[in-house]
Design a protein around this ligand. Structure first.
Ligand code: XIL
Length: 365
């Protein structure tokens, strides 16, 4: 007689197969936008390791690009002065190769999620050595294996001045150009991008354009600019987004939306500064037991307007990446307040399409 565990395993397999078959009936974002731009997602460890076949099948059907949510950040990939941990990044590259998904390396130079040992370093020489070795080693290993790099992430303040990061403090304001120069040398076969949040806002955009022009004036390669796109329901800055697409494209750059999500939960500030937090109160997690229809519809209206704009400028936009596969994966469940129930993406916690998904797909018909 069949043991209970074998029976359960068989049942699980049947369920998995059914789940995969059902997911195949959902229209595919990457196919619907195939002629327009790549459709990307952020990936976490569980997804990269393909621990759940249903999730893998779902990702492969929906997305043509992927960005590691965390594993290529310096703190994880470069945990000690001479110590690198490439295991997960190698797996991600293999995932991309196997499933025909373009990988965007995120990110070489960022002030956040740095290795702990950086805190003990207070000399310009040592910071420069870290900076140079890090870019050479990481960008060199994955040259041509990743389609592109976010070479520098979030180097700007809201007013367009340079953020006072450890790199600015020790290396001076040429460090961004220098990062691109090193990346270009180490990774000649991958595209090179500058990435930030709120860089569609006029002041920060002006700062971003100044950074880009400086890189170009030094004859250093920069291929594109990423606008993260962490926005808020009912408050999309559509005019600023359109103006930014035009201005960045006029510099000869590809424009990308690299970390798209639309927040529906209360927030007392805009943007995506990971260091910024909010104190939880009774009002901070209003939809723990479900999203009211009015908010669901607002999200649909917003995503529709956004993708309409993206399609209008599809000749300038090369990729639109969501920051997570489904609502359950989103970092917005834990930032800027821990343990909230957020609904910022196109798929719900069971990978079912939300009204916003239907609206976006309808634009392609
Ligand atoms: C976030 C990740 O989603 C979280 O898991 C992590 O705890 C913090 O960083 N801008 C970026 C991303 O460029 O790397 C950040 O990702 C979100 C904001």
């Amino acid at each position: 007689m069949m043991s209970l565990s074998t029976a359960l395993l068989l049942l699980a397999n049947v369920n998995t197969e059914q789940g995969i078959a059902l997911a195949q009936t959902i229209p595919s974002l990457k196919d619907k936008f195939k002629k327009d731009f790549l459709i990307g997602t952020a990936l976490n460890n569980t997804q990269i390791e393909e621990r759940d076949p249903q999730t893998t099948a779902f990702i492969v059907r929906q997305f043509s690009a992927a960005t590691p949510e965390n594993i290529m950040k310096a703190g994880l990939i470069h945990p000690g002065w001479d110590k690198y941990n490439f295991e997960m990044a190698d797996k991600l590259v293999e995932f991309g190769r196997k499933h025909n998904i373009k990988i965007n390396g995120h990110t070489l130079v960022w002030h956040s999620q740095l290795p702990f040992f950086i805190r003990g370093i207070h000399s310009q020489d040592s910071i420069r050595t870290f900076f140079t070795n890090h870019i050479k080693t990481v960008a060199g290993r994955y040259d041509g294996k990743v389609f592109s790099w976010d070479v520098v992430n979030e180097a700007l303040n809201e007013d367009g001045t340079l953020r006072k990061s450890v790199f600015l403090q020790y290396l001076g304001d040429d460090y961004i150009t220098e990062a691109f120069r090193l990346a270009q040398r180490a990774s000649p076969k991958s595209e090179l991008y500058y990435n930030d949040y709120n860089n569609e806002q006029p002041a920060k955009r002006a700062g971003c354009i100044a950074v880009i022009k400086k890189i170009q004036a030094a004859n250093v390669r920069i291929d594109g600019v990423g606008i993260q796109g962490h926005w808020h329901a009912g408050r999309l800055p559509l005019k600023d987004i359109e103006e930014s697409i035009l201005q960045y494209a006029a510099l000869g750059l590809k424009v990308m939306f690299t970390e798209l999500d639309i927040e529906v939960l209360p927030r007392n500030f805009q943007g995506a500064d990971v260091g910024q937090r909010m104190v939880a109160n009774e009002q901070s997690n209003p939809y723990a037991s479900g999203l009211p229809d009015s908010v669901q519809q607002q999200l649909a209206v917003d995503y529709e307007a956004l993708f309409k704009l993206f399609l209008k400028h599809k000749d300038k936009i090369s990729r639109v990446t969501f920051w997570g596969v489904n609502d359950g994966d989103s970092w917005l469940n834990n930032w800027p307040v821990r343990g909230r129930t957020s609904y910022p993406l196109l798929f719900d916690r069971n990978n079912q399409p939300k009204p916003a998904f239907e609206k976006v797909i309808a634009l392609t018909k």
